[in-house]
Write a protein that binds this ligand. Structure first.
Ligand code: PFF
Length: 447
């Protein structure tokens, strides 16, 4: 049976952008920018994205497309069957961990979409009522479990239909829709009286805030946002046609991801400031502050529906990419049918996700390193495993693969002359700059 693949350039692009654009863009980036020096942070973020993350992205792309295999087989075959294959397996397991807790938050966005459809935020509730609404919900047992199950089921159902018939089809419809919704909310948000303060919060440059911690935060965010170190880009790249231009596809994904993050910032912060609130990060921002804002603003009930629909779509286009990494492995290496692979992985992620979900309520007494199970999985995967995965991938491409093979893949056999010209710089970045930058920023972020 021939291997599934993306049916078009646009399809591959929106699927990759879909993986990249997710909760990270909507709830972390805007806050990180505001807290770490506004435009100064954006500049650092852009430099790190293109100098370090883009070469890592391209490295993953090269490994995936060269091998046209799942992440495990890609590392195994390209290294001539060496122990590097365990790195491949590592990059398959990490997204499963992320998917498990990502699905809990995906579930919350279903719950909040339902709440907004029933106009639960309108009526001038106080901020503390919104806080209570959120904490009552997440600390309960069955509600969060039901929506976590629903989210994971939706993810699995899309992936079961394959690359062309499931992932590509879904992304092709949803990504443009997501863009229109977020852009629409951004424009609306800018028209609110007092929006200016939010724009200043995001874009006023304060270079005094740029220190090692801010750089580490920028790099960590860029990794997470571009889905690096997870085997995801590698797996999607393995379905990309050999004629496509790796440089173009990678840059286009990175630029879309950045644009989404900036537009999300403009959608959220001006509205938050217009109502005299202080921004927070993560769940507090989208599930506590924003519902209050929606309750206050004109037509807020409608904006709330659009916002939570966008959050759900952004989460789904990311979660399907996480699941596909392990599905590809089970189908190709363990000869599972696609449906069987999806079912087994659904069960695994459901169990881990259930523990994460319950860790806000009935299991909140279980603490690891001061946090609950959810925090533990989040910190472990997004701070440590992801960085390690990215580091190992660039070391593999820069030091284990043959330079001529990387050149061949990057330039489509020497036919892309612009890529051929860029190759020298790219090779230097992959071999020296990326590993050193990852190590030094990671260490300095710990200090
Ligand atoms: N890039 C996604 C976000 O910004 O929310 C998160 C993500 C997707 C992480 C896919 C890892 C992954 F494999």
């Amino acid at each position: 049976m021939s291997r599934d693949s993306f049916g078009s350039r646009f399809g591959a692009l929106v699927a990759m952008a879909g993986s990249a654009v997710g909760l990270g863009n909507l709830w972390r980036f805007p806050y990180l920018v505001g807290e770490n020096g506004g435009a100064a942070f954006i500049i650092v973020y852009i430099i790190l994205s293109f100098l370090i993350c883009l070469p890592i992205f391209i490295s993953e792309f090269v490994v995936g497309r060269r091998s046209q295999k799942n992440a495990y087989a890609a590392f195994r075959d390209l290294s001539g069957g060496s122990a590097w294959r365990w790195v491949g397996l590592f990059t398959i397991i990490v997204p499963l961990i992320v998917l498990s807790y990502y699905s809990v938050i995906g579930g919350w966005s279903i719950e909040y979409l339902l709440k907004s459809i029933t106009f639960s935020f309108t009526g001038g509730e106080s901020q503390s009522a919104m806080n209570t609404m959120f904490s009552d919900f997440v600390t309960s047992t069955w509600g969060p479990l039901a929506v976590h199950t629903g989210f994971l089921l939706a993810t699995t159902l899309i992936v079961v239909f394959g690359i062309k018939g499931g992932i590509e089809k879904f992304s092709k419809v949803m990504m443009p829709l997501l863009f229109v919704i977020v852009l629409g909310i951004a424009i609306y948000s800018l028209t609110l009286p007092g929006a200016q303060k939010g724009v200043e919060y995001l874009f006023n440059p304060d270079f005094s805030k740029i220190d090692a911690k801010a750089c580490a935060a920028a790099l960590g965010q860029a990794f997470f946002s571009l889905s690096l170190g997870f085997g995801t880009i590698m797996t999607y790249a393995s379905y990309v046609d050999k004629k496509e231009n790796i440089m173009f596809q990678s840059t286009a994904t990175a630029v879309s991801d950045l644009m989404f993050a900036l537009i999300a910032g403009v959608a959220i912060m001006p509205a938050v400031f217009a109502f005299g609130l202080n921004p927070q990060s993560g769940p507090g921002l989208v599930f506590e502050t924003l519902p209050f804002v929606f309750g206050q603003m004109p037509a807020g009930g409608f904006v709330a529906i659009l916002f939570f629909a966008a959050l759900l779509v952004a989460a789904l286009t990311s979660s399907i990419s996480m699941l596909e990494v392990a599905v590809a492995y089970l189908v190709e290496e363990k000869k599972f049918s696609r449906a069987a692979a999806c079912t087994v992985l659904f069960v695994v992620c459901w169990i881990v996700g259930t523990l994460c979900s319950l860790s806000f309520g009935p299991l909140s007494h279980i603490k690891i390193d001061g946090g609950n199970l959810f925090d533990f999985f989040d910190n472990l995967s997004s701070n440590i495993l992801m960085t390690l995965g990215s580091l190992l991938t660039v070391l593999f491409v820069g030091w284990r693969l043959k330079k001529t093979d990387v050149y061949d893949e990057f330039t489509n056999g020497g036919t892309l002359s612009r890529n051929a010209k860029l190759f020298g710089v790219l090779w230097f970045l992959i071999r020296y700059v990326c590993p050193l930058a990852i190590i030094s920023i990671f260490i300095s972020g710990l200090l």
